[in-house]
Ligand binder design. Structure first.
Ligand code: DI6
Ligand code: FE
Length: 397
């Protein structure tokens, strides 16, 4: 199939957005075979089905590299509590927060979890998403952590999308281990990681390093197990305070450190050295009405790649729109529209350790989004407007 007469945001050449006007993309099977100027078609392009995009924009298929999209229930009640004055941390300490979603997730069967998750996945698909990362972490017992990961993986069978899973057993201390976080790590988290890995359900290992969750020393033990199993790590770090999670993640060569509102210049330097991606999550910042923005300038200065993601979760970020996430990143954090688009394409792929998506380039997957707009800045600029024209996943429109 030949896509012609399009503006390409290839996201990998030296120019802004890797922009190519009057571009064409030759797709063969699941892969991109050739990318170039429309008046410079290779001979093998003739004889292929031609689709004239009439000047529309093509970007790589979007990648949401940090979600908790599989979970039971919702937390509209806590939304209401916060509006009556409680802080996110107070809600968590009062037995709400993550732990209340754990109860709902334990109670839900796989079919119910899947049905709920697919509604949220469909919202992302409708905006041109072709790859999504999904974390466990609302089970906090062996059985439910495995259940979440199985449901996450099964989404690939029900929708045209690539799913990457992260084991997030160190997300919160469940009520039955209250005050015994270390015991929870030893008795539940590490054995569950071993089992999930043995069942082939884990692409990466994540943790929540925070006062209301786990200390750097506790996360270190989980990361050491991940290392022993040969699994890459990532970490929720410096979201509500600076505990040193980013430095720990860097020490383990993390794929990414995520949130990072309270990270500092030294943290950015450490990430640059370890090649970790900074995953910026404006939906959570917005929802909990955080006022400290992540150190975008430090990430630029140290050349830390920045990704953007929804953090789709029922507590701190009930958002299923990467387009809105881009707008928030620009308006709240002063990221540029180019950085925003890099953040949900090329850099999001880096944050997942994927090298065959996130750019428009020969030899990568034919995962593309075509948009009824002329310039990529329009993706970040509008609020609540979805200009998706057609989505291509693995060469299929
Ligand atoms: N940081 C977050 O923002 C979410 N998890 C995390 O580690 C919050 C998840 C929740 O409130 O349910
Ligand atoms: Fe998260």
């Amino acid at each position: 199939m030949l896509l012609t007469n399009a503006t390409l945001a290839t996201m990998h050449q030296g120019t802004p957005y890797g922009l190519l006007k009057n571009g064409a993309v030759l797709v063969k099977g699941r892969m991109i075979e050739w990318v170039g100027a429309g008046d410079d078609l290779p001979s093998e392009a003739s004889g292929h089905e031609k689709i004239d995009l009439e000047g529309r924009l093509i970007t790589p298929g979007l990648i949401d590299c940090h979600t908790h999209i599989v979970h039971g229930g919702n937390r509209a009640n806590e939304f209401e509590m916060r509006l009556n004055g409680a802080s996110y941390e107070e809600v968590a300490r009062a037995g709400g927060g993550i732990v209340s979603t754990v109860t709902a997730t334990r109670q839900a069967d796989e079919a119910a979890l899947l049905e709920d998750a697919l509604k949220r996945v469909d919202a992302l698909l409708g905006e041109g998403v072709t790859t999504i990362e999904i974390k466990s972490g609302y089970g906090l017992d062996l059985e439910t952590e495995l259940k979440m990961l199985r449901v996450a993986r099964s989404i690939e069978k029900h929708r045209e999308i690539t799913v990457k899973t992260s084991f997030l057993g160190a997300h919160a201390v469940p009520a039955e281990y209250s005050g015994n976080a270390d015991t929870y790590i030893d008795e539940v988290c590490i054995p569950a990681l071993e089992t999930a890995h043995a069942e082939g359900l884990v692409d990466a290992v994540d943790g929540f390093c925070e006062g209301i969750a786990f200390s750097p020393d506790q996360i270190r033990r989980v990361f050491e197990k991940a290392n022993a199993l040969g699994i890459r790590v990532k970490l929720h770090a410096e979201q509500l305070s600076n505990l040193g999670g980013t430095q720990l993640a860097a020490e383990f060569g993390a794929l990414s450190a995520d949130h990072l509102e309270y990270a500092n210049d030294d943290d950015a330097a450490a990430m640059a050295k370890s090649g970790s991606v900074a995953v910026i999550l404006p939906g959570a910042y917005y929802t909990i009405r955080e006022t400290q923005a992540p150190p975008i300038e430090a990430f630029r200065k140290h050349k830390v790649p920045m990704a953007l993601a929804t953090d789709c979760n029922p507590g701190s970020s009930p958002i299923t729109s990467l387009l809105l996430t881009m707008n928030m990143a620009c308006t709240l954090f002063r990221m540029t529209p180019q950085e925003a688009l890099e953040g949900i394409t090329h850099n999001a792929a880096l944050a997942l350790g994927i090298d065959d998506a996130g750019v428009i380039k020969a030899g990568t997957r034919a995962d593309l989004a075509t948009w009824d707009i002329e310039h990529p800045a329009e993706l970040s600029y509008r609020i609540g407007f979805n200009p998706l024209y057609k989505r291509m996943f693995g060469g299929k429109l």
